[in-house]
Structure formats: structure tokens, C-alpha cells
Design a protein around this ligand. Structure first.
Ligand SMILES: Cc1ncc(COP(=O)(O)O)c(C=O)c1O
Length: 396
């Protein structure tokens, strides 16, 4: 077998299962509430289901790797409206993918030359696919720790020149998982200049872009345009319907940006074999063409943050993120002991921050925090917040 498989870390949820097993069963009579996994639970839009049913004839054809022209067009239009940019070329600058996860992984395999002793730059904490993709591609991950002084964003300018020289790919997650931080235009300016200097590719993971509270987050293609990079050179945005439209099971997303990178990625995908069924493509068009359900989705998340934050703020210093549906909450002591004992005493599951990060530069930047995903229905989120507040009050 490929020896690189041995380098892969257990997934955070595997670690969580082992941790919770130590806690034993929660008290009888307290229904478990799971706020650990970022799986949207709001209803999928009816129009998506209708489009699926109306297009079942698509099951009888082999899909093209390049995707349905109508979907590429719908995505280009959506990008144009959402980011106030000219519509990207639907033929050359847009490619449907089966959710951002597989695309982030596959793109890394297409970009990295395994013989090049390459570094792949990852934020820390981070979405674990970045690291696994880098390791399986034969690269070495280099972690840039989240900086609490920058709302948990990365200070790109502080990364040493020797690192940039070996960097071939940089993962950006904006809005960020777990902290909901958004890259500013100045952050993009710095990163683009470094990319021009050293030639690395930027993979911008934007799957939380539509879950926000006030201002719509800046996207990588929008930032590129504002900075006069009309060809999107060396940047590719990854997005998805999973969070925006509550359809994580549909596996539908896109990549968009630098046409030459997308062209090579398409070649890779022809062999990789991830082509989207025309049935899913038709449903995806229905989702990208409608903003009403997305606004409703944002309202539902906002109601949860508004209800939960005042309860938690009685016992912890936690605040609303810029975007996404997570709270990145400090724990009184160790994050793992907190998550374990919280579950054992209250039945509420949260994810220890240290499971989402690696020790780098002498510290695990996820330690001392937990990620709380406000995905459950409002009443359950409120009930969980009350249990967390009571747990902290009675155990510290
Ligand atoms: C940061 C981040 N990127 C990508 C994904 C993958 O999402 P999908 O493959 O459903 O688009 C997730 C899923 O939770 C995520 O948190």
C-alpha cells in the first residue's frame, strides 16, 4: 500500500468518539444534543427537490467531467451577482465539482509535483482535508497559526521567506472554520504579492461564504478584481451548496478562477472520475438561481446566535463570529477535559479545538477552545447553551 497513507491523522470525529467513550453515558433523562459536527440541519429548499424529481431522465447518461453548460452558466451568473464582478467565462473559468471537499483534495493532487519537496501552507486550526491532501500528494504541510489578535486570521507577512520559496500551494479558509474570520482586502493584497513573488497557487475555500450576519464576506475572485487581477492568476475559489442551501448530501459545488489552472484540473478530473450527475446539476441550477432560501437560512442562524450568545456570555468570553455557524469558545481549562466532562454531565457534544489543529511553533492554537456548531434547531441550541452555562458555573 501507499506508505503515505500512514502519515494521515485520525479524523477529529474519530478522536471525539474515543474521548466521549471515556466520559460514559450522560445522565438519564437528558436528551443528547450534538453541536460538534458542522452538518446543516435546516430544511433543504423545496425547489431543489422538485428539480431533482423533474430531471430523473438524467440518470440514463454518463455525465461529462466538465459539467452541464447550464450549471456552469448559473454559477458564473451567481458569482457575478454575489461579488459584483463581470461574469466569469463559464466555459474556461468555472467547473462544477462534487462538493468542495473532494475538489480541495483532488486539486492538491493536480497542483503538487511529488518530486519537488513542496510545502503546502495551511491555516491552523484548519479543515483536515488540506493536510491529508498535502500528505497524499507527497508534500509537507506547513502550519500558520491563527492569530487571536487578527480575529484568528493568519499573518501571512510573518511567514519566513524560506518557507515561501518552497510553497507550491496555500490554503485559505474564508470565512474560516472554526472561527468565522474573513480575509480582508489587505490580507489578499499581501498574499497575492507573495504569490507573484514565489509562484504558488492559492486555493480559497469559501464554502461558508453565504452564512453571515451583516456584510457579505469578501471573496477571493472579488478581491482579485479589486486589485486589478482580472485574469485571477494563481487563485481558485472553492464553494458549495452544502451550507448555503442545506444540501450536504447532494454533493454539489464549484471551483472558479484561473483558467489555466482549471484547464489542468479538468484534465486531472477526467481520470479522477468525479463528474456530476445531470440530475444533481439540474437541482444545483435551481439552488444557485434562488436567494430567498439563503436569506431565510441566514435569518435562522442569526436567531440562534441572538438566543444563545447572551446565555453563554454569562459564563464565558465568547462573541458572534463574522460569518459561518460556529462559536469558537474559550474553555476554563483543557478543551478535551471540558468536552469530555460536558458530555458526561449534560449530554451536550462539542468539538475540542485541539482536535482541529496541530502543534506548530511550540503551541497548539486550538487548545483551550471548543467549536460549537449552531446547527441543531433553535430550541435545542438554547437548551444546550443553558446546560453549558450551568456546567461551567457548577464546575469551576
Ligand atoms: C472549511 C470547510 N471546507 C470544506 C468543507 C466541505 O464541504 P462540502 O464538501 O460539503 O462542500 C467543509 C465541511 O464541513 C468545511 O468545514
Amino acid at each position: 500500500m501507499n506508505p503515505r497513507l500512514d502519515a494521515l491523522h485520525p479524523y477529529p470525529f474519530e478522536k471525539l468518539r474515543a474521548l466521549l467513550a471515556e466520559a460514559g453515558a450522560p445522565p438519564q433523562g437528558l436528551a443528547p444534543i450534538n453541536l460538534s459536527i458542522g452538518e446543516p440541519k435546516h430544511a433543504a429548499p423545496a425547489r431543489v427537490g422538485e428539480a431533482l424529481c423533474a430531471n430523473l431522465q438524467g440518470l440514463s447518461v454518463y455525465p461529462a467531467t466538465k459539467g452541464e453548460p447550464a450549471l456552469r452558466q448559473a454559477i458564473a451568473q451567481w458569482l457575478s451577482q454575489r461579488y459584483s464582478i463581470p461574469a466569469p467565462d463559464a466555459d474556461r473559468e468555472v467547473l462544477p465539482v462534487l462538493g468542495s471537499r473532494e475538489a480541495l483534495f483532488a486539486f492538491t493532487q493536480a497542483v503538487i509535483d511529488p518530486a519537488a519537496d513542496a510545502l503546502v501552507i495551511c491555516p491552523n486550526p484548519f479543515y483536515q482535508i488540506y493536510e491529508g491532501a498535502a500528505l497524499l500528494a507527497g508534500a509537507t504541510p506547513y502550519f500558520v497559526n491563527a492569530d487571536p489578535a487578527r480575529d484568528f486570521g493568519c499573518d501571512w507577512a510573518a511567514v519566513p521567506q524560506e518557507v515561501w520559496k518552497r510553497a507550491r500551494l496555500v490554503f485559505v479558509c474564508s470565512p474560516g472554520n472554526p472561527a468565522g474570520n474573513v480575509m480582508s482586502l489587505q490580507d489578499w493584497r499581501v498574499l497575492f504579492e507573495l504569490s507573484d513573488q514565489h509562484g504558488f497557487v492559492i486555493a480559497s475555500d469559501e464554502c461558508y461564504s453565504e452564512i453571515y450576519f451583516d456584510d457579505a464576506p469578501l471573496g477571493s475572485l472579488q478581491a482579485a478584481r479589486r486589485l486589478g487581477r482580472d485574469d485571477y492568476r494563481n487563485v481558485v475559489a472553492f464553494s458549495s451548496l452544502s451550507k448555503r442551501s442545506n444540501v450536504p448530501g447532494m454533493r454539489s459545488g464549484f471551483v472558479a478562477g484561473d483558467a489555466s489552472l482549471i484547464n489542468r484540473f479538468l484534465l486531472y478530473r477526467t481520470y479522477h472520475g468525479s463528474a456530476m450527475s445531470p440530475v444533481i446539476a439540474a437541482a444545483s441550477v435551481a439552488a444557485w438561481e434562488d436567494e430567498t432560501h439563503v436569506a431565510e437560512n441566514r435569518r435562522a442562524y442569526r436567531a440562534k446566535f441572538d438566543a444563545v450568545l447572551p446565555i453563554l456570555q454569562r459564563v464565558m468570553n465568547v462573541r458572534q463570529p463574522q460569518a459561518a455557524f460556529y462559536l469558537w469558545a474559550p474553555t476554563p481549562g483543557s478543551d478535551t477535559a471540558f468536552a469530555r466532562d460536558l458530555y458526561g454531565r449534560t449530554g451536550v457534544t462539542v468539538l475540542p479545538g485541539s482536535f482541529l489543529a496541530r502543534s506548530a511553533h511550540g503551541v497548539n492554537p486550538g487548545a483551550g477552545r471548543v467549536r460549537i456548531a449552531l446547527v441543531a434547531p433553535l430550541a435545542q441550541c438554547v437548551e444546550a447553551a443553558e446546560r453549558i452555562a450551568h456546567f461551567i458555573k457548577t464546575s469551576v
